[in-house]
Design a protein around this ligand. Structure first.
Ligand code: ZN
Length: 290
């Protein structure tokens, strides 16, 4: 069962999140039939977004992260709510590229140079939107850069997805550790040393570490206190009714064109890859009910 833990440390000078996300990333892989490098890219962004989602305070707040680059994956888009639900997709799920110099899945090259856009819809008139250039395009570093520049919160982000030989997901997870504005120099120094000393997220997961263990390892002696444990999963809230109301919102001429073509249509939900079929009779009914 995937979950996120929330914690504070060093008398609340630090706040931290960690996630185990193997099942949700595997569910995403099955929905989209992604190649290993696409699974890694999507899985890292889903894992980061799930933790960033639960940072939001409102019940109905929604977070969208879009990594758009010039690489062959043709973009990664992920949406999270504040309750641990995430969904997402990549532009090209079949992308296959050579491993990087370290023999690892080359997420950075798959995404390429471009931008990270963060949109938070908190029920206000205008959603909050911020864009930063992609650095390594390895996802964790790009989220770190976003936190530092757009939110002015010094952060350390670690994300990892490891595949089995049969291309299913073996491990997935991550952490986000953030310094509060009143953090003391000594705390910062200890934390930097700890983070410099840890191995990769996938190494820690391979050793059997839970999200709690990962944060304890990162924090060391900084007096960690766990404050919340939140179930997380891949979940899409699309339905035939929702697509139907979107079709009902089309211009009359466009809907008539579709009906006059005389063939049933397929409408695909990008986020979960589910196909919804509409017969001519259903389309006529939509047109008549407007
Ligand atoms: Zn869907």
């Amino acid at each position: 069962m995937d979950y996120i833990v929330r914690a504070v440390a060093a008398n609340s000078q630090i706040r931290a999140f960690a996630i185990t996300s193997k099942e949700l990333v595997e569910t995403a892989r099955q929905h989209h039939n992604t190649s290993p490098v696409a699974t890694a890219a999507l899985g890292r962004l889903l894992s980061g977004a799930a933790m960033m989602g639960v940072m939001m305070k409102g019940e109905k707040d929604m977070l969208t992260l879009m990594m758009k680059g010039d690489g062959p994956i043709n973009g990664v888009t992920v949406t999270a709510d504040s309750k641990g639900n995430v969904k997402g997709y990549v532009g090209n799920p079949n992308v296959i590229i050579p491993a990087n110099y370290a023999g690892k899945l080359d997420v950075g090259a798959a995404i390429g140079y471009g931008t990270l856009t963060v949109i938070k819809d908190m029920g206000l008139k205008e959603p909050y939107s911020s864009q930063v250039p992609l650095g390594t395009s390895e996802v964790a570093e790009d989220l770190t850069y976003y936190f530092a520049t757009s939110e002015q919160v010094p952060s350390a982000v670690g994300l990892g997805v490891l595949m089995n030989k049969d291309n299913t997901v073996k491990q997935a997870g991550g952490f986000i550790v953030q310094l509060m504005p009143f953090a003391e120099e000594k705390t910062i120094q200890i934390l930097e040393e700890r983070i410099g000393a840890i191995t990769s997220v996938t190494d820690m997961l391979e050793q059997g570490m839970t999200p709690e263990d990962i944060l304890k390892t990162v924090m060391g002696d900084l007096d960690i206190e766990f404050t919340d444990k939140i179930p997380t999963g891949f979940s899409c809230n699309c339905s035939k009714e929702k697509i139907l109301s979107a079709l009902a919102g089309l211009r009359k001429e466009d809907l008539d064109d579709i009906i006059n073509d005389g063939e049933e249509i397929n409408v695909k939900c990008d986020f979960c890859n589910t196909d919804y079929k509409f017969s001519i009779e259903e389309l006529k009914e939509i047109a008549n009910n407007r």
